[in-house]
Design a protein around this ligand. Structure first.
Ligand code: KG4
Ligand code: ZN
Length: 346
């Protein structure tokens, strides 16, 4: 078997995942990727409950590994290393993954590599596209929102990010306030298509401040107030008002992300990259109007636009395996003293 083959394990939030990725001269290839979500377990609590998440990871991670190996048609003997998310994330979950990876490493003698979850996301576009360093990345999901200049496989520069909620979280809360189903993003996007984004004006927090930092929690509060005012006037939430509120909210997020991306592109282009490229990843990147706005900005600035498929953008273990490959190829590894880190800035 040619190339390097690595098992990845991810358990930092509410997805238990395992994957096998192989790197050959032609580039990396995902041989399998298994993700078991926990949405149903947390649904009644209105958010991820760390204790429940940790227990669920401990129960299913080994099955995920088994399934990933089977899907790849490989056994442990065919592997060259094991990569595991060592943070940042909910510590109980991260520990479940790290302990499993340590056990597998101790039993097989395979090198163990601790991966930063955010580095996994940031390097994902290179799984599918031939992006050269440095590229600009916007990671935008239910848990993350930040601009990174990806300078190398282990070199990232953060230009800014949210100072409170992530946009996906705001989409989910908006859906709840409007009585729409979860996950909120797709539901709000569909509702917004029927609405008028101009009738109800919502704020664009931090838009007039310099830099690339963003804020979404004020937007959510403004939406709540606007909803209550409309309801008081009409005696309830009408279909038309719900659509208008969804459209206004979505337009505010589009405007914030577009303006801050424009500024991040300025900073990035100052670095004079030879083949300038911008990648967007994370669940919120699935949003049509957001994607269109970012793509249009890049086209205007002569910057290549890349958006990995959603299955690789949302939490998964293929990105962890992929991020671990570089260190494995360099002959680096962590020992059994690898520790789980709840916080781990890039
Ligand atoms: O990346 P992801 O699967 O999980 C993490 O947050 O780690 O992102 C999920 C988030 C959810 O908040 C969901 O509502 C949002 O991405 N999302 C969307 C859309 N599809 C998913 N937000 C806006 N528009 C969408 N079409
Ligand atoms: Zn993530």
């Amino acid at each position: 078997m040619t190339g390097l083959t690595i098992l990845g394990i991810e358990s930092s939030c509410d997805d238990s995942a395992a994957a096998v990725v192989r790197r050959t001269e032609t580039g990396p290839r995902v041989l399998s990727s298994v993700v078991r979500g926990q949405t149903a377990l947390h649904a009644e609590f209105g958010g991820v409950v760390p204790e429940i998440a940790a227990r669920a990871h401990a129960e299913v991670l080994d099955h995920c590994v088994e399934a990933a190996l089977e899907e790849a048609g490989l056994g442990m003997d065919d592997l060259d290393g094991i990569a595991v998310t060592a943070g940042p994330g909910l510590i109980g979950g991260v520990l479940s993954g790290v302990m499993l990876a340590k056990g597998l490493s101790a039993a097989t003698g395979l090198p163990l590599i601790g991966v930063n979850h955010l580095a996994g996301h940031a390097l994902t576009p290179r799984l599918t596209d031939e992006l050269e360093f440095p590229y600009l990345m916007l990671l935008v999901s239910g848990g993350h929102c930040q601009f990174l200049v990806v300078e190398g496989e282990d070199s990232f520069r953060r230009l800014g990010g949210t100072i409170d909620d992530a946009p996906g979280e705001a989409f989910d809360k908006t859906a709840r306030l409007l009585g729409l189903p979860q996950p909120g993003g797709p539901a709000v996007e569909a509702e917004a298509r029927e609405g008028d984004a101009e009738r109800i004006r919502l704020p664009r927090p931090l838009l007039d401040r310099p830099g690339c930092d963003m804020s979404f929690s004020g937007l959510k509060t403004a939406l709540l107030r606007a909803r209550d005012a409309e309801m008081a006037q009409a005696g309830g939430l009408t279909r038309a008002t719900r659509a208008d509120l969804a459209a206004s909210f979505q337009q505010a997020v589009v405007d914030i992300l577009a303006e801050k991306t424009r500024r991040a592109l300025d900073l990035y282009l100052d670095l004079a990259p030879v083949r300038p490229a911008f990648a967007v990843a994370g669940g919120v990147a699935a949003n049509g109007p957001i994607r269109a706005a970012l793509q249009a900005l890049c086209a205007k600035r002569g910057v290549a636009f890349s958006a990995p498929p959603l299955s690789l953008c949302t939490d998964n273990a293929a990105m962890i395996a992929h991020a671990g490959l570089a260190r494995l190829a360099a002959g680096e590894a962590d020992g059994l003293e690898l520790s789980a880190r709840p916080r781990w800035p890039l």
